[in-house]
Design a binder for this molecule. Structure first.
Ligand code: FAD
Length: 407
């Protein structure tokens, strides 16, 4: 199983060269059109049902499977389309314009398998085809209620008699209740810093792993999140994901970097939808005898929104292209995410203002977009966390250049 298959890059199909790349582009565009049709013809009704019931209808999982939207990025050997990120992003943008929970479902299938994609061949062969078939979800458990993220984690995995024993608590874990397996990041050696973290694949229902549902969130209604408590939960050696001590790399570079770019691209989708909703509204709404759209002050706002959305889209594309080339995108993904969450905040603010008071009513299109956008602040880390990554890279590069100049 080579890296091109794991990253789902353009080399995943049987053909090689320019013809194969064009085929993949054509295939991705055809899928984007499927997603666009779904958005225009079906998504509103699914969204209304989710808002009304605060649940994901079973038929929606089935519908996403039928449309092939669960198997976009997984490698071809596993039954996926093997789309590189740059070709997946226009599809994700269409989906992000739908209800926030529909975006979360598609993201969960097309992004979280990458944690397992860092594992041994048996682990990949066991789980990735099931994800691509839409039969299994992988959840990712990093965040803790009582500690910071990264080396501040306090969930421990102690090696005892040839097995690991997990003890600790995680929270905010999306789809933990319905996932078939959970990637858990725990501390195996407190003295080793980043090298002291290890990733484990813990199947659903394992003794000693207790799940409790969390209260409903502000947005992405219907999407479940859980608190997970590990009380002497036994994990076998073969359930270590990758190697002991690789947890930080698996979490951050194997999964979070590309997922941050996906969250940024989702912000672009929500912002684009908000812009178009606002545009339609200001063309309809007449004040003082003229449509709002004829006022220059309103036009300036629309232009600012469009500039911001396009800038966010291009930052995402830059991160995606570099990821597809196999480059380290820690900085690019963090920049895209930091920019895009601020951008979608401003664009949804503008859109709400342009809608006037009626936009604030529960059930208005802007009200839901405004709420759903706010979850993106947190998924895969806050703006401060992104800036820490960017600054860390800047300082490391400055030190490297200084050392090189001294030689
Ligand atoms: C909808 C949703 C889904 C999620 N899904 C998952 C999931 O599936 N798996 C998972 O593991 N997690 C998940 N999370 C958790 C999410 O990743 C975290 O909420 C996020 O990373 C922020 O961490 P925290 O909540 O611990 O905030 P805290 O660490 O408590 O931070 C609070 C604030 O302080 C700032 N801050 C913290 N430390 C510093 C510092 N050293 N310097 C400066 N500022 C700092 C933060 O930027 C933030 O603004 C989800 C969260 C949400 C809202």
């Amino acid at each position: 199983m080579d890296d091109s298959k794991q990253s789902g890059g353009a080399a995943a199909g049987p053909q090689t060269g320019a013809g194969a790349v064009q085929d993949l582009r054509d295939r991705a565009e055809a899928i984007r059109q499927v997603a666009e049709r779904f958005r225009k013809e079906e998504a509103a009704a699914w969204g209304e049902e989710i808002e009304r019931t605060s649940r994901i209808p079973e038929a929606l999982w089935q519908r996403l499977r039928e449309l092939g939207l669960c198997r976009l990025t997984q490698p071809v050997w596993a039954g996926g389309e093997g789309l590189p990120l740059a070709l997946y992003f226009p599809i994700l943008e269409e989906i992000a314009r739908c209800h926030g929970t529909i975006r979360m479902m598609v993201h969960a299938f097309n992004s979280l398998w990458r944690t397992v994609g860092q594992g041994r061949e048996e682990q990949q062969r066991e789980w990735i085809p099931k994800v691509a078939a839409g039969e299994a979800l992988v959840a990712f458990a990093l965040t803790e209620p009582d500690n910071g993220t990264g080396i501040d984690l306090q969930t421990t995995a102690t090696y005892e008699h040839g097995r690991f024993i997990l003890r600790g608590r995680k929270h905010l874990i999306t789809f933990a209740d319905i996932a078939s397996v959970i990637t858990v990041i725990a501390k195996t050696d407190a003295s080793l810093g980043r090298q002291g973290l290890t990733a484990f694949l813990v199947p659903q229902g394992r003794a000693g792993m207790k799940l409790e549902p969390m209260p409903e969130m502000m947005g992405d209604r219907g999407c479940s999140h859980a608190v997970i408590t590990f009380e002497d939960c036994v994990v076998e050696e073969h359930e270590v994901l990758g190697e002991v001590g690789q947890g930080f790399d698996i979490a951050l570079h194997g999964f979070l970097d590309q997922s941050r770019a996906c969250i940024a691209q989702s912000a672009v989708g929500i912002a684009q939808e908000s812009l178009e909703q606002a545009l339609a509204h200001v063309r309809r709404r007449v004040t003082f005898g003229k449509p709002l759209a004829t006022r220059q002050a309103v036009q300036m706002r629309l232009a600012d929104m469009a500039i911001a959305v396009q800038a966010g889209r291009l930052l995402c594309l830059d991160a995606a292209r570099k990821f597809d080339e196999g480059l380290d995108i820690a900085s690019e993904a963090a920049m895209a995410k930091a920019f895009a969450i601020r951008m979608v905040g401003e664009v949804t603010d503008h859109a709400l203002s342009l809608f006037g008071g009626i936009g604030y009513a529960v059930g208005s299109p802007i009200e839901r977009l405004y709420r759903d956008a706010r979850s993106l602040w947190f998924e895969e880390g806050t703006i401060e966390m992104q800036k820490m990554t960017i600054a860390e890279r800047l300082l490391a590069e400055a030190r490297r250049q200084e050392r090189a100049a001294r030689r």
